[in-house]
Design a protein around this ligand. Sequence first.
Ligand SMILES: Cc1ncc(COP(=O)(O)O)c(C=O)c1O
Length: 443
Amino acid sequence: MSTSAHPDSNPQGNRLDPWFDAYAERAHNLRASEIRALFSVVSRPEVVSLAGGMPNLKDLPLDRLAESAKRLISTRGAQAMQYGSGQGWEVLRERITEVMSYEGIVGADPDDVVITTGSQQALDLMTELFIDPGDVILLEAPSYVGALGVFRARQADCVHVPMDDEGIIPEALEQVIRDVRASGRTIKMLYTIPNFHNPMGVTLSLERRPLIAEICMREHVLILEDNPYGLLGFHADPLPALKSFSPEGVVYLGSFSKMFAPGFRIGWAYAPHAIRDKLVLASESAILSPSMIGQMAIADYLSDYDWYSQVKAFRAMYAERCEAMLNALEEYMPNCSWTRPEGGFYTWVTLPEGLDAKSMLPRAVRARVAYVSGTAFYYDGQGADHMRLSFCYPTPEQIREGVRRLSTVVNAEKELVDMFGAGFHKHDIDEVGPGVAPAPNAL
Ligand SMILES: Cc1ncc(COP(=O)(O)O)c(C=O)c1O
């Protein structure tokens, strides 16, 4: 896989913009994610969206949160409404070390925690600190679309590492490292989502964790461990984080977005000390300081509520939705295969041979169901034979109905492909024309 194409080969924007030629080269690497483009579809009431990864907040105790927020502002408003430390509020950093102990990271030093505006900002800071144009980031095949967007924008060269139902395949990782180095390129890090992977839903097995950590240590490849879903396992406690196997070789990212709520936009990085210093400088230069009121509200939530019981309630809700999804897939889509998540928000569906998830999407939306095409999760356009289905947001009944609708589209598409061969779908879209079926990038 090569670095992002030269901007001129696929410019974003157009020459009606009088400033088109003035943008920095990297600005041409910014892309609208396929998922963001789907947000307008999600809001249509008639569509069952199995597309978005929005956490389901229906069980949050909003009344109690409102009381806490009121108390916070009336008693400590001057502090809450002020700028804070660039590294983040010490009280919250201490609480975060307790949260991380549930992931097998014990005795963490709050001084090595940096609070960020969601883990998304931490991804951006890490890329800013480590990536010169053309440097290689290794990442799972497939991987989180938001990380791909940051890496692309910062002109990284992304190389996918094969994975299976147990996460990254250690031998494949070693092979990719050898191949990339043989091609003369510089590997800067391995970006990985070990728990309830987005988009595959799989979890890196306990056996593989020390192996992946050991390979990266031996090969001097920094690990960027992104763990927003770790506490959301349906049936078992979290497996120990990669960070616990290699404290000096891993930058660990955590987030309150999925275990609590994304509204305050608070996440964190827990990094080796020297990297932590640089992260603080980079974050100060980007945002001065993370939201003080958000940090204080979350610290209050962690101390005033039984937050772990809330996490357990979330787990039960997502487990029920996941079960509804898997049962519906079994009932309606026996010609497909899919992963069986043990936590998180997503399952990854493999379509029958010859079907193309990206070109099928307009027909799915016409059947009032949405998903994300597998192509969104690859750097290089692979993935058309897959789709990501999210079970986090709709009710179990909606999930069942959504999968039923999807099955009608998949079955019709399969019939056409069986009759006319793969490639029929593209021809079909051209024939039907944009007035009847919306183009995929318009969704
Ligand atoms: C794997 C992964 N990393 C990071 C993020 C960003 O989360 P945050 O809300 O903490 O910025 C997401 C959000 O969906 C995600 O799925």
